[in-house]
Design a protein around this ligand. Structure first.
Ligand SMILES: NC(=O)c1ccc[n+]([C@@H]2O[C@H](COP(=O)([O-])OP(=O)(O)OC[C@H]3O[C@@H](n4cnc5c(N)ncnc54)[C@H](O)[C@@H]3O)[C@@H](O)[C@H]2O)c1
Length: 392
């Protein structure tokens, strides 16, 4: 398979590229390094130092042992770049990770919200049109998020809902109630892709992914230079990463609000497995296929308890502190999301066992000297609509 990974310098994109190269597929990655710029703007660094993409590709091609990885540098919001990319590569499958991925980032101010939606929605539209022009039979595998659904008081189906209204029945896209301008950008993407499938006969899989945790995959472990990014800061850090770093740094685990916020989670190894399953079982022409990509549900408080217990096993004394919630979200709610499509296609989940938490804690402990405690406390509030400095 010829596969193009968009966002190939990112947390998920880089391990995905190595995964397919190790499996013998022909792999291209593309990225514009926007994430590295956004990190610099907020004075944020990942916990583990990440070499340049050029260096990582070179390292993989020397020691990886699979197919070489090919690289293109460019911005998806530049349609000429995207058209040229697809005309040259003619991929069978495209994995689209290349978006601004942070809810807090998008909630900072007007310009961050506008940039997020422009980057994500226009980049995705350019991709759809370029596919239609140069590789209309290719399979688009698009990373969406479980956050598109929000926390409705009914079961969350896999993308579609059968409804009966005034005696008539239809199948409609599941109603979305997202919690940030970032999550909204993914909803807009989903609607645009569904339209392209219905009108152009595009084939697409929308992976509504839960929160990913984990650092290691089979390929990242081959060499230090092949590692992927691990964020624990208040902008890009996800909750389990942040708790592990706080535990190691001797800081209390900061639970936002009551801690009953429940979400779907999955191991980074399962992200690779799910994308692999989607790529090797493509959607039919005209099919907008939606998979809920997570393996377990946890509340924030449950995760905090797991890290406290891991800390105890490692001889660390870990406290928990409930902070005033910087977000506007339900802190106690019903949550029951379906996730059978990927397991029906063969996914065998790597669950969040004590061993997995202990291994992550040990890795973080090995980097304790690099922790910057100033970038952990939340600084972005959902309510208030702060005005961007650039706008005043
Ligand atoms: N990490 C998670 O827990 C998680 C959960 C659900 C969904 N997702 C989605 O998965 C995707 C990948 O997430 P990630 O954590 O690897 O994020 P990431 O920020 O590490 O990777 C995204 C990459 O895309 C690049 N990019 C962004 N805009 C671009 C553009 N216009 N042109 C070219 N490249 C561009 C960035 O430079 C970055 O390297 C994102 O779409 C994210 O929304 C991630």
């Amino acid at each position: 398979m010829k596969i193009l990974i968009l966002g190939g310098d990112g947390y998920l994109g880089w391990p995905t590229a190595m995964h397919f190269a190790a499996a013998g597929d022909t792999v291209w990655v593309a990225d514009n390094f926007a994430k590295r710029k956004w990190e610099l703007e907020d004075g944020i660094e990942p916990l583990l130092a990440i070499p340049t993409l050029h260096r990582r590709v070179q390292c993989w091609n020397e020691v990886g042992g699979g197919q070489p990885i090919n690289m293109k540098i460019g911005d998806l919001t530049n349609h000429r770049f995207v058209y040229n990319l697809l005309r040259e590569i003619q991929p069978d499958a495209i994995v689209h990770y290349a978006e601004q991925p942070s809810a807090p980032y998008s909630m900072q101010n007007r310009s961050a919200a506008v940039m997020t939606q422009h980057n994500n929605v226009i980049g995705n539209l350019n991709l759809m049109f370029a596919m239609q022009a140069h590789c209309p039979d290719a399979h688009l595998i698009k990373l969406g998020t479980m956050g598109e659904y929000g926390t409705p008081n009914i079961d969350i189906e896999e993308g579609w809902l059968e409804v009966e209204h005034n005696g008539r029945k239809d199948r409609v896209l599941y109603p979305k109630k997202p919690g940030s301008f970032y999550h909204l950008s993914k909803v807009h993407d989903s609607h645009n892709i569904e339209f392209a499938c219905r009108i152009w006969g595009m084939r697409a899989t929308d992976l509504n992914q839960g929160v990913v945790y984990g650092i290691d995959t089979d390929q990242t472990q081959l060499a230090d230079e092949l590692r992927t990014s691990f964020h624990y800061d208040h902008v890009f850090g996800t909750v389990l990463n942040r708790f592990l770093v706080q535990a190691v740094a001797g800081l209390p685990l900061t639970v936002y609000g009551k801690g009953g916020q429940t979400r779907g989670f999955l191991n980074i190894r399962d992200t690779l497995a799910c994308v692999d399953i989607a790529a090797r079982n493509p959607a039919d022409r005209g099919d907008f296929r939606i998979f809920n990509q997570f393996t377990e549900q946890f509340s924030v408080s449950q995760l905090a308890d797991m890290v406290v217990a891991a800390g105890q096993r490692a001889g660390l004394s870990v406290a928990v502190e409930n902070l005033e919630n910087p977000r506007v979200e339900q802190e106690e709610h019903y949550y029951n999301a379906k996730n059978t499509a990927l397991t029906d296609l063969g996914l065998q989940p790597n669950l969040l066992t004590e061993e997995v938490v202990d291994a992550m804690l040990a890795t973080v402990r090995g980097q304790a000297g690099r922790v910057d405690p100033r970038i952990i406390a939340p600084q972005i509030r959902w309510a208030g609509g702060e005005v961007s400095k650039a706008d005043t």
